[in-house]
Design a protein around this ligand. Structure first.
Ligand code: PHE
Length: 452
């Protein structure tokens, strides 16, 4: 990628591309199930506070690193300080871990998308449907292989631009559809309002250290932070475009989509379960178990259900493409193998690791790592361990080695950096301390040394 480093055309080009990477399954599938599980309103509040302070500062830091050095993560960290070259490698490795299990979920999305076409609307609304689907060995594997296969073909053929164009049209429609489904649920279903209250009203009784852990991991994931992606995007960004304004826009858009996705799912969970706390604790399956019930009772539900899942599919695809693209380009840079070979290597690796995640729900469901199923384990290692490590060192490097001025100067090439004070304070003091505490506590918790 480095050899033909292009720049984004115009301001909106950068924001749209970065938003395309940021908005994906993280917003629509992951955010709602975490919000449901970790206390509703209090999770939402913690998430928003972290997004506007911490997420904002970290994204600015990464984009500035990319634009100032003109390099992607591995080389950029090396250039900042040789001793910290390993941070670049850690960040580059994270997408390689995420891509496989991300594609497993992408496969589930495809399964549901085709289910609506095949007239299975009512069958999919049954309580046991999702469980028996992922509990089967072959079918989830096939859908997963199809999803990662499509991603690989697109990356291999270099037609990402075309897909991005499609997804630019899809994205606003997806947002409108999510809004429509939320309003439909809240207005027509008994019990949904309690879900709205649970989701919006912060209740300290639901607060725990885990709320912060989960919110921070989600922040990294959703905004594509701490994995080199925003550095690469920054390296393509023109000098006259405002990093600050662009970051705000990406952050606000990403958070709005996540917020609306929660509003679409959590009230529906309440409506169908009568507020049963176990229903809120469904984890990775929450969206798939809940939404078909809504579509089943809705007039025209098959069509709306299909439209919804196809748009989620495109949102997921733009994200999986950017994940794969990153891994492929790092591999190419580091080994000088051809793009085709690099793609195939990443595909094979992802097929293997993804198959493990998929089988973790069926044939291997008794195998647990740190008490987690494979998919949750990979999710935990990337989000709760590797990303905080990468983010911590990024703060150290910017805060104490090259100094915040270094990044601020880059932001100011396009005008005044209004939040420079907040940025410096976050990067030097708040962010590294918080990340370290969170990292230590999540690892101790996972190892069973302390129970949070
Ligand atoms: N941010 C994406 C999402 O929310 C996930 C992702 C991470 C995509 C990193 C690309 C790179 O789904």
């Amino acid at each position: 990628m480095d050899s033909k480093r292009s720049t984004f055309t115009g301001k909106i080009g950068f924001v749209l591309a970065a938003a395309g990477s940021a908005v994906g399954l993280g917003n629509i599938w992951r955010f709602p199930y975490l919000a449901a599980k970790y206390g509703g309103g209090i999770f939402l509040l913690v998430y928003i506070i972290l997004a506007v302070t911490f997420g904002f500062s970290l994204m600015i830091a990464e984009i500035a690193i990319g634009r100032k050095t003109g390099l992607s993560a591995v080389e950029a960290y090396k250039k900042l300080d040789r001793r910290f070259a390993f941070v670049g490698y850690i960040s580059a490795f994270i997408p390689a871990i995420i891509l496989p299990y991300y594609s497993v979920i992408g496969g589930w999305v495809m399964k549901y998308m085709f289910g609506f076409v095949a007239g299975e609307k009512t069958a999919m609304a049954a309580d046991s449907y999702f469980g028996s689907f992922i509990g089967g060995v072959g079918e989830p594997l096939l859908w997963f292989a199809l999803f990662i296969g499509i991603t690989a073909v697109i990356v291999l053929m270099g037609v990402e631009k075309g897909i991005e164009k499609v997804s630019k049209v899809m994205m606003p429609i997806l947002v409108i559809l999510i809004l429509f489904i939320s309003i439909y649920t809240i207005v027509t279903m008994d019990g949904a309002w309690e879900g709205v209250v649970y989701y919006i009203k912060p209740d300290l009784a639901h607060f725990s250290v885990k709320t912060i852990l989960a919110a921070m991991g989600q922040l990294f994931y959703s905004m594509s932070l701490a994995m080199g992606i925003m550095i690469t995007f920054g390296s393509y960004m023109k000098k006259d475009i405002s990093i600050e304004a662009s970051t705000r826009q990406i952050e606000v858009f990403d958070t709005i989509v996540a917020f609306l996705a929660g509003l679409m799912i959590i009230p529906a969970v309440f409506a169908f379960s009568g507020g049963d706390p176990n229903a809120l604790n469904k984890g990775a399956g929450l969206m798939f178990a809940t939404l078909p019930k809504v579509f089943d009772v809705m007039a025209g539900g098959s069509f709306i259900g299909f439209a919804f899942f196809i748009m989620v599919f495109f949102a997921a695809l733009t994200s999986s493409i950017s994940l794969m693209e990153t891994v492929v380009s790092v591999l190419q840079d580091k080994t000088s193998i051809s793009r085709k070979k690099a793609c195939i290597a990443v595909l094979v690796f992802s097929l293997l690791l993804g198959a493990v995640s998929s089988l973790g729900y069926s044939a291997w469901d008794s195998v647990k790592l740190l008490g987690l199923q494979f998919l949750d384990f990979f999710d935990f290692v990337s989000n709760s361990v590797m990303m905080p490590v990468a983010a911590f060192f990024t703060c150290l490097i910017i805060g104490y080695i090259v100094k915040p001025r270094w990044a601020i100067d880059e932001v100011e090439t396009s005008g005044k950096f209004k939040s420079a004070g907040l940025f410096t304070f976050m990067i030097k003091y708040i962010a590294p301390v918080c990340i370290l505490l969170i990292l230590i506590s999540s690892v101790l918790d996972a190892l069973g040394i302390v129970k949070l």
